[in-house]
Design a protein around this ligand. Sequence first.
Ligand code: MG
Ligand code: ZN
Length: 218
Amino acid sequence: MTQRIPVVENILNANDRLAEENRARLDSAGVFAINLMASPGAGKTSMIEQTLPRLKDRLRIAAVDGDIATSIDADRAAAAGALASVQINTGGECHLDAVMLQGALNQLDLTQFDLLIVENVGNLVCPASFKLGTHKSILVASVPEGDDKPYKYPGMYRGVDALIINKIDLLPYIPFKMDYFQRGVEALNPGVITFPISCRTGEGLDAWIDWLLQNVKR
Ligand code: MG
Ligand code: ZN
């Protein structure tokens, strides 16, 4: 009797091994890396645009942007102060994987950076399944998406190290029950550190920047 291993499991195991290699490369170069995930339009690129100017005098930062077709986000990261920005066109794939990040790392002299910000493809399903080798996974949720997202996309909320709730300036205009949202999050990811912010007004960004700085230095 031959043992049958599902194809999906094999793919994920190979991905995990490569993610470990990516992590080892980042560690040996002294680079702290974050994986920003979100649905399209939640504000990943806006977060990067708000984060870079606040840190670029203190840290050497590179950005890697995953996108299905364009280089718009990588261009925005460069304009906001990333010393290097690499675009990964996924060729239709709806998530980044460890092979794609490896390709991006190959284009960077990692010894020149302290922080690597990876912007995943906008998608609330599969990015959670593909480890990249980054140190922290960050989910950017946003008020207009609705307060039911933790209930509908539990896989995404379960594994992340920090949660950003963007566009809180829209709370007065949108029926978003913060209690309901946070109960859903708590059931999946108890105690996860959460940053309610507005990229438009700047509210809440200081706490996020402090957290990120502490983690880079650790
Ligand atoms: Mg973007
Ligand atoms: Zn995907």
